[in-house]
Design a protein. Structure first.
Length: 141
């Protein structure tokens, strides 16, 4: 009796894995196209806005490099925003090396209204720390 149950479970797992998940689900998603990823607006408001791959990530990284700081507006948790800037050190090459970062996080209601002021202060603090770190590295034999 136990062997029969085990065999039935194994057969069911194989059917589920190969027939359903590797054949039927991809075929159904191909038929409906972009509608497979549609979410109601009420659900979209509740979920964090994440972009972890693709062109959006590349564009975001380029914008962060250009601006000198990064912002997270309710990406990790609804109601929480942050600003961060890197502390860079010149290693004698063409590119700088990020060795640390300064970040400020807080409620979105307080941070988003003063985002440019907070961003400027975080970037300035990171630059001051970078200068002090470079002076300390130059003074070290």
């Amino acid at each position: 009796m136990i062997k029969q149950i085990g065999f039935a479970l194994a057969a069911g797992t194989l059917v589920d894995a190969f027939l359903v998940r590797m054949t039927l689900v991809p075929a159904a998603m191909a038929v409906v196209g972009d509608l497979a990823w549609w979410l109601p607006r009420s659900l979209q408001r509740l979920l964090p806005d994440l972009d972890i791959e693709g062109d959006g990530l590349t564009a975001t990284l380029e914008e962060v490099r250009r601006a000198g700081f990064a912002r997270s507006i309710e990406e990790y948790e609804v109601g929480l925003s942050s600003v961060a800037a890197p502390v860079m050190v010149d290693q004698g090459g063409a590119e700088l090396l990020a060795v640390a970062a300064i970040s400020v996080a807080g409620p979105s209601s307080r941070l988003n209204g003063r985002g440019s002021v907070v961003s400027a202060r975080v970037v300035e603090s990171a630059r001051r720390l970078t200068r002090r770190l470079e002076q300390a590295l130059q003074a070290t034999p």
